[in-house]
Design a protein around this ligand. Sequence first.
Ligand SMILES: Cc1ncc(CN)c(N)n1
Length: 230
Amino acid sequence: MTFTDELRQKADPIWEASFNHPFVQGLGDSTLPLDRFRYYVLQDAYYLSHFARAQALAAAKADSLEVTNSMAKHVQGTYEAELDLHRTFMKQLNISEKDQQSFEPAPTAYAYTSHMYRASQFGQLGDVIAAILPCYWLYAEIGEQLKHKTPKEPVYQTWIKAYHSDWFMTLVKEQIDRLDQLAETASEAEKERWADLFLKSSQYEYLFWEMAYTLEKWPMEAYRKVSVTN
Ligand SMILES: Cc1ncc(CN)c(N)n1
């Protein structure tokens, strides 16, 4: 069994909770209220803009130029493909400039991106990959599970197609192989740390659906938003 097979097995109950979450089920059968998806798109654009930076930190931490180059291509993919998809959703869902300017990251979006930065800042390449891998892999499995669904809502169809695509699957496989390769020469302590990061990100993925489904807010209104980095 490979290292990532072990991680996948350990994360299974957490991933099952994501598969069964009403947000994910609602994408497949169109029972997801559009206001929840709208909220998700804004929070996810924030998430992806920081995810791209975690990918860039992985590029900088690589000890071979090939891996730096490959991770830089992943940054470009996040910017040109996934974030572009979100820009399309924003147009389709009439999310205005004003909505975008008044956007505040919700507690979970803020915590999940902070978790990725923690791994990127204090860890090595393996730590960053372990922290970002559920982001790739879980979505690919959700895309696989929903691929035969034909939701009435066209925006949900587009979402499913994006994550059930050869383009996305290639990126996922690359990161799985990269972590397995790193694990071959890693110490037990490193692998335990990577497992912990992977499982925490898996929990955050679940929390992200919950955040969007419940339109999560900070418990107390901020006195004044100064600026949000996007
Ligand atoms: C929160 C989250 N996790 C994963 C993905 C897929 N890259 C995403 N768009 N958003």
